[in-house]
Design a protein around this ligand. Structure first.
Ligand code: PEP
Ligand code: MN
Length: 347
């Protein structure tokens, strides 16, 4: 059962609904921070009489039964969609957000150079891994907390909010102390203790899809974060494992319009990991935007051939600049009512 609240309902109205449920021994979870509030009954049965009674409480818009297991992540919980604000950058609105930076934080100088280059190219957030999930235990594992400090310096110099990965529940506090947004990587999408701890940090969370996860499993992982009281979740499609090995993964662009219909959460696309090939990244970026993504996350390095990690899929700042300007043009073309971001030349 899902109870949606009117947009002008108060925190007191939400609490009255929760109290009525709890008094009858029902359990509930709710979303409320960044848009219309909704309350889901997560244990116990709502009789038709109780549903009718709840419908009369102040501020209640609808009481409906729902078959979706991701009660709070479903679109009906917040039909207008969620906008996630990351230190002033709004994800989920009409303007796609471009996050860019190196796969891994290599050094202070390299990270500052990369951050300045991606900012000049038009990115509005900085990415970079300090704690890296590597397939081989012998590969560079990242600089750890030193990498977080470097990212914070780069943010202070460029003004770009930072998204960076957290791999273990015990790392959440230190990553949250430096980052603007926590990234949960594909390999940890179903690490439920990590999801719970990350939710409790209150930070915005970028939740990557596991490369063998179904859409429903992905949305259930988002549900863990929402049920943990944090509705600042952005989904990221980053490619799934299919039979063909001519690309590193298969970017599942079906997922983009589908999760936009199924869920109110914003969704972005990662064409770097999704292809593993820098020659494909620009075209798959455009495809992601055309499919309805609210943004892109891209691996960019001033000298991609020398990147310490994921060099083959890393693009130059010049390619990023092209992606940014073509994203603005494509967005304006897809939404003729929106103002073009790049003014058209006068006749
Ligand atoms: C990354 O973005 O740095 C990363 C490791 O991606 P994924 O978790 O999607 O493999
Ligand atoms: Mn990478």
């Amino acid at each position: 059962m899902l109870i949606t609240m009117q947009p002008d309902s108060s925190a007191g109205d939400h609490e009255s609904v929760r109290m009525s449920l709890r008094m009858r021994g029902l359990e509930c979870h709710s979303i409320s921070s960044s848009g219309t509030a909704a309350i889901a009954v997560t244990a116990g049965k709502v009789t038709p009489e109780l549903a009718a009674e709840l419908g009369l409480l102040n501020g209640v818009a609808h009481v409906r039964s729902t078959a979706r297991p991701y009660l709070l992540a479903q679109r009906a919980a917040r039909p207008e969609g969620t906008i996630v604000n990351v230190s002033g950058v709004r994800i989920g609105g009409d303007e796609p957000v471009i996050m860019a930076g190196p796969c891994v934080v290599e050094s202070l100088e390299a990270t500052i150079a990369a951050a300045q280059a991606v900012r000049r190219a038009g990115a509005t957030m900085l990415r970079g891994g300090a704690f890296k999930p590597r397939t081989s235990p012998y590969s560079f594992q990242g600089l750890g907390e030193e990498g977080l400090r470097i990212l914070a310096v780069a943010r202070d110099l460029t003004g770009l909010p930072v998204v960076t990965e957290v791999m273990e529940p015990e790392q959440v506090d230190v990553v949250a102390a430096y980052a603007d947004m926590l990234q949960i990587g594909a390999r940890n999408m179903a690490n439920f203790p990590l999801l719970r701890r990350a939710a409790a940090s209150g930070k915005p969370i970028l939740l990557k899809r596991g490369f063998s996860a179904t859409i429903e499993e992905w949305l259930m992982s988002a549900e863990y974060i929402l049920a943990g009281g944090n509705d600042r979740v952005v989904l990221c499609e980053r490619g799934i494992r299919a039979f063909d090995n001519s690309t590193r993964f298969t970017l599942d662009l079906n997922a983009v319009p589908l999760v936009r219909d199924l869920s109110h959460l914003p969704v972005i696309v990662d064409p770097s990991h999704g292809t593993g090939r820098r020659d494909l990244v620009e075209r798959m970026s455009m495809a992601g935007i055309a499919a309805g993504a609210h943004g892109l996350i891209l691996e960019v390095h001033p000298d991609p051939d020398s990147a310490l990690c994921d060099s083959a899929q890393t693009i130059t700042p010049a390619t990023l600049a092209s992606i940014v300007s073509r994203t603005h043009l494509l967005t304006a073309a897809l939404n003729p009512l929106a103002e073009p971001m790049i003014p058209l030349a006068a006749d």
